[in-house]
Design a protein around this ligand. Structure first.
Ligand code: MEV
Length: 276
């Protein structure tokens, strides 16, 4: 009986959302939460999930990824596939990409980068490659589309007292939000430039408080911060902190996770939140 186990982290984008799609740089780091896949190659294919359990759409997505792996590798995927998931799903922490990589590695072994990337592109055709790069590497990265990815060291105290705060599940899919921004690229040039300028400013040592305030205002101009999330960020700023949406954000539902710096914890009472 073969039994593979693969832990794959999620990702936290510090800066660069959407701008990376248009060739600007972005910075992201792996999350300590992730997905572990174990395959027990016995019997017919059966998917089991533990941790943050998969609902039917996530089970269907898992099946579709496995079908893609079969199609691309010519291997059939059988047996019990156990997915231990610690990542909040659909909240901008890279759960969909982490699942692709974890399943590919469990079925095909570690040398499956190309296949995993093809599957990522199948499900998310306009992705920049940032999520894939940081989750694949499992290290902080400075990423610019079309250039060699650079693995970076972040200062130990950079994210001291930084919280992840769940603002709820976005109604929209990332690929649809990216398509909408792509359609308005010309009108959105200015905010994309501001977001795209943050990676170098961060590496030059600018403080996150200033950076996140500008980054957030530019994300808002892209139309990917729901109004009540913007109100919440105003409260965080009034309390002396700053916050930005992590990942694709949303329009009408939740905004996924917020990354909040320098904020007193009291502001988050009533929400799900975690120290990074
Ligand atoms: C999504 O996690 C990040 C986006 O910049 C899209 C992408 O980079 O592919 C919104």
């Amino acid at each position: 009986m073969k039994c593979d186990q693969q832990f794959v982290p999620g990702k936290i984008i510090l800066c660069g959302e959407y701008a990376v799609v248009f060739g600007y740089p972005g910075i992201a780091m792996p999350s300590s939460w992730g997905i572990t896949v174990t395959i027990q190659e016995e019997g017919a294919r059966a998917i089991e999930s533990t941790g943050h359990r998969f609902d039917q759409p996530w089970l269907d997505y898992t099946s579709e990824i496995l079908n893609q792996i079969e199609r691309k590798s010519g291997r059939s995927v059988k047996g019990k596939i156990i997915i231990d998931n610690q990542l909040p799903l659909g909240r901008g922490l890279g759960s969909s990409t982490a699942l692709i990589i974890a399943l590919c590695r469990a079925v095909l072994g570690l040398n499956c980068r190309e296949t995993a990337l093809e599957i990522e592109s199948h499900f998310n055709p306009y992705h920049s490659g940032l999520d894939f790069a940081v989750i694949w590497e499992g290290k902080p990265v400075y990423y610019q589309k079309g250039k060699k990815m650079v693995s970076i060291e972040l200062p130990d105290d950079l994210l001291k007292d930084t919280f992840l705060v769940d603002t709820g599940k976005p109604f929209e899919l990332t690929k649809d939000l990216v398509t909408r921004v792509k359609e308005r690229e010309k009108q959105l040039k200015k905010p994309l430039e501001i977001i795209g300028g943050c990676a170098d400013r961060l590496l030059e040592g600018e403080d996150l408080l200033t950076l996140f305030k500008e980054h957030h205002r530019a994300q808002k101009k892209l139309g990917v911060v729901p109004p009540y999330v913007d109100e919440f960020i105003k409260e965080i700023e009034q309390a002396g902190g700053a916050a930005k949406v992590v990942g694709a954000g949303g329009r009408d539902g939740g905004g996924g996770m917020l990354l909040a710096v320098n904020s007193p914890e009291e502001v988050f009472i009533g929400c799900d939140y975690w120290l990074i």
